[in-house]
Each structure stands twice: as C-alpha cells, then as structure tokens.
Ligand binder design. Structure first.
Ligand SMILES: [Ca+2]
Ligand SMILES: [Ca+2]
Ligand SMILES: [Ca+2]
Length: 449
C-alpha cells in the first residue's frame, strides 16, 4: 500500500514539476479534469500500467509538457462508443525515445492494446484532439519535442475501427501548432508555425495550413510570418472582433521585444492574410511590458495589447517602470486596432491595474520612496510639462508585510492583494468617484506572475 501511495505521490509531483518548469505558451482552457483525466478505477490503472510495461519492469511515464492535456495516461472516448479509451505515453526502454500506446476495454472489461507507436523524441510537447477529416470523430495530434536538438515535430493519428492508424506525413517541424477552422466549415485544420531560425540552417518564417479532408494530408495554404520573431509565447485561434476568428500569435524577437501577429482567411482572394506580419507593427512592445493577448473583459473577443511608457507626473520624462497598456480588438480587413480598455502596468511593483472606462487621459506619478503610485486624469500637458486640469483619482501604495502589520488601521485603506511579501493598498482620492468605478479598480487589479 505504502509503495502504491509513494508511486501516486511521485506521479502527482511529476505533474506539478512538469507544470512549474515548462516554458510553454499561456494555458488556455486548462482545468484539473483535463489535466489529470486518469482512468477512473485503481483496477483500470493497474491493468494499463501492466500493459504499458509489457510485463517487464517499471514504466517510466512521459508527461506532455504543454497544452490542455498534461497526463501521461489520458482517458478519452476516441471512437464514439460511449466509453473511454486510453492514450498513454512512456519511455521506450533500452531502445530510447517515447512510446505512444492506445488501449481499449472490451465488453468483458479487459483492457487491450489498440495500437502502439514509437518516436525517437524523448519528450512530448503537447497532445490535443480535433476533427481534421470531417467524419465527426476526433483525430489525435501529438507534438513531439527533443530538448537536445530543440526541435519539435508533429504526428496525427486517426481511429480506424478497432485500431488507430497514423497519417503519413513527412516529418513536419514546428515552433507552435494550432487547431484552426479558418473557413468556418466545421472541419479543423492544423496550422503549423515555423519561426525564423537565427543560427544553423536557414528556415523561413512561415505558417503552413494542413488539411486532412482528402486521401492524404496536404498543405492547403501558406502565409509568411514576421522573420524577426524567434519564439512564440502565446498562440490561439480566437474571436478577434464580433465577426471573425483568426490565429493570434504573440511572439518574442531576438532583441527581446514582443509583438502580436494576426492571421485570418480572406474569402475574396481565398488566401491567408497577415497584415501585421510584414509592415510596421503597432503592437511592437518593450521587453518589460510582457503582456500577451487575452480576453480581458470576458466578452468572448480577444484583446491585443499595445504599450507605451507612462510619463511621470512631475516631469515629462518617461518612467521606465510604468506602462500604459491599451487593449484592442482588431480588424484584419483594414488592419486597424480599436481600443477597448486601458491598464497601467507597474513593473517595479509587479502589478497590472485596469482603469475604469473613461474619456479622460490618465497619468500616473510614481513615488519610489513611499512606494506610492498616484493616478490622475488631466486635460492636456502644458508647455512647462505640468498637467493641466490634473485631478487625483486614486493611489496604490505598496507596504512590506511588517509595515502593514504595524500600521494603524484606517478606513480609507482598501486592501487589494498580498503577495510575495508585498501588500497592495488602494486609496480613493476623489470623493466623487462612482461606486462602480471603485469596484472596477478592485476587480481590475492583478499581481503579475
Ligand atoms: Ca476525424
Ligand atoms: Ca475548416
Ligand atoms: Ca474581450
């Protein structure tokens, strides 16, 4: 019993380690259920372990590093029969590489192998599911990683009766892979992103759209990507405005600056278009303003960040620790960003704060001695650098835990968050501030990870 518990503990620990150390894209749609999704009973688990080990020795589980499915043993109804099959990953013994094996429970309740595949890759980058062929049954997509060569390749498997087969694709390497449906026909495509290679063999920065609706997978469309981007940090196929879904790619350039590219399908020309990839990109932002695209106002539409340094209150010099982040929807057709809301990113004190919606210009004055940021509105900046029509609205002060514990209680202090030894306290300076704006400030405050 103790041995089993130990094993279970080790497995849980491995998942946690895999999570905490992975340099993956931001998680989307991750929940504990999808993360673990282990077979339901201990008996199932033991039967599968035994089959995985082939009756000889221990099994070394291999956990997917990124994506929504992080378990080495994933339960999922692959063939639509109403009960779950199993997708499993383990080290391939002395032969090296990784073994992928599918299991199915027969009507007598006995688990059997459906199919077994091996890869020379020592790592599983990510696993996901989607109907690429249009038959209503999901294919299984596996991204294989190899930390030694820093490459990743993709394999696609499909259910064929009681077995699983692999589409024959010549090895396709990628920087990122995405499940898309650019033409909205409910048949998914596989969008494979290749960032430019800065050393060794020269590789063009390209997005390739693979379709699987014929006898063989084929590259249906390609689109050039920004050659300055060397790595992608966050990618998704999302709603970018009320009428269009597109691939949104946040990437990092060799100099550390970030930018966003948006790739969509243009019906008129039947091509993939990517206006932000090949000209001056308004989303280009400093390394420190490391914001990625996300749905900040929870309306189902992704917002894309643009950033500029805040001007310090007393002088017109830029404050290198404060950024005004504008969150925008995007129109592919006319290549325009439309502001939705604004946040102030304070990299010195490690927080991001969404501002109440307002026609006013917001400024922010940082006092590094008292660790207080004072937020104010103004009408315009005068010749002498003064803010005309300045009205102080609220402040955020950061205390150490000790200082906060010793501080006299004050009704005007609104505790926002306490994290990593920092206590963040809001004060409303404008008595006429609407209660709803005050609520926005409290709910719109986030400590950066
Ligand atoms: Ca299918
Ligand atoms: Ca499609
Ligand atoms: Ca949104």
């Amino acid at each position: 019993m103790r041995g089993k518990l130990k094993k279970l503990f080790a497995a849980v620990l491995a998942v946690l380690l895999a999570l905490s150390f992975s340099g993956c894209s931001e998680l989307t749609g991750l929940d504990a259920q999808a993360l673990m999704s282990p077979p339901k009973t201990t008996a199932d688990r033991e039967a599968i372990y035994a089959l995985m080990g082939g009756g000889v020795g221990d099994v070394t589980l291999v956990y997917p590093k990124c994506g929504d499915y992080r378990s080495a043993i994933i339960s999922r109804d692959l063939d639509g029969c109403g009960t779950s099959e199993v997708v499993s990953f383990c080290a391939n013994g002395d032969a090296g590489g990784t073994r992928l094996e599918f299991f199915k429970k027969n009507t007598d309740g006995v688990w059997n192998s459906m199919a077994r595949f091996t890869s020379a890759a020592t790592q599983v980058d990510k696993v996901f599911f989607g109907d690429l062929t249009g038959d209503g049954m999901d294919e299984i997509i596996v991204g294989w990683g190899d930390p030694l060569t820093a490459t990743a390749s993709v394999s696609v498997y499909y259910v064929d009766g009681d077995t699983i087969r692999e589409f024959s694709m010549t090895t396709v390497s990628y920087s990122e892979i995405l499940l898309t449906d650019f033409d909205s026909d409910n048949i998914k495509e596989l969008f494979v992103l290749q960032a430019a290679q800065t050393s060794g063999e020269e590789i063009m920065a390209l997005g390739g759209l693979y379709r699987f609706d014929g006898d063989q997978p084929y590259v249906s469309k390609t689109v050039p990507l920004d050659a300055a981007v060397t790595r992608y940090t966050s990618v998704s196929f999302s709603q970018v405005n009320s009428w269009r879904r597109a691939a949104v790619l946040d990437g990092v350039k060799a100099d550390g600056r970030m930018l966003t590219q948006v790739i969509g399908y243009d019906e008129a020309s039947d091509r993939l278009i990517s206006p932000l990839s090949n000209e001056e990109n308004a989303t280009d932002r400093p390394t420190a303003a490391a914001a990625v695209s996300r749905d900040v106002n929870k309306d189902g539409i992704l917002e894309i960040p643009t950033a500029e340094l805040t001007i310090n209150g007393s002088e017109t010099t830029a404050d290198s620790t404060g950024y005004v982040i504008t969150w925008n929807t995007y129109s592919l057709q006319d290549n325009t960003l439309t502001p939705v809301c604004t946040s102030i990113l304070n990299t010195a004190e490690n927080y991001n704060l969404f501002l109440p919606s307002s026609e006013d210009n917001y400024g922010c004055q940082n006092d590094t001695v008292t660790r207080t940021a004072t937020f104010f509105t103004y009408t315009q900046i005068g010749f002498n650098g003064n803010y005309l029509g300045r009205e102080d609205k609220f402040s955020i002060r950061v205390y150490t835990e000790e200082d906060w514990a010793e501080k006299e209680q004050d009704d005007e202090d609104i505790l926002l968050s306490s994290s990593a030894g920092r206590v963040y306290v809001l004060r409303i300076l404008d008595d006429s501030m609407a209660e709803s704006d005050e609520k926005t400030l409290q709910s719109g405050f986030e400590v950066l990870e």
